[in-house]
Design a protein around this ligand. Sequence first.
Ligand code: FES
Length: 153
Amino acid sequence: MKDFDTLTRELEEKIRQEEEQIYSKKAREEAYNPKNVGELDNPDGAARITGPCGDTMQIHLRVDDEKITDSRFITDGCGASVACGSVITQLIKGKAIEEALKITPEDVLDVLDGLPDDNVHCAVLAVETLRAAINDYRTRQNGERMKSVSKSF
Ligand code: FES
């Protein structure tokens, strides 16, 4: 009879082999070693969205002069959503807000060399969360503008 450690090792190896068949090398790399995980102190824009699958993603933005200088994400979702959060936060760094708004789920999927059909919505969730965070940034900016306008009266 095999000992517990051997059984665990065999199971891990089986899972690894299955993942290799389903996910691209790039998707596995981003899922296992995601970049930009976490939160920013006092973000300039933030959003948290729960997708139809029930998983949630949060994105924080730091914006200087209409340019995204930093970004963090958190998700309680699947490995694919972790990979998508990692990719999208890397894609937007250094981009003007207008450019970041043009990023599509297909752009995220391209970087990951694709995802299985069942995981395409993970890329959609990442893009929708980004757009909501940019919306939040715009709303805050408008609020600041309104404050300074009302102060000048
Ligand atoms: Fe729901 Fe990936 S975000 S399964």
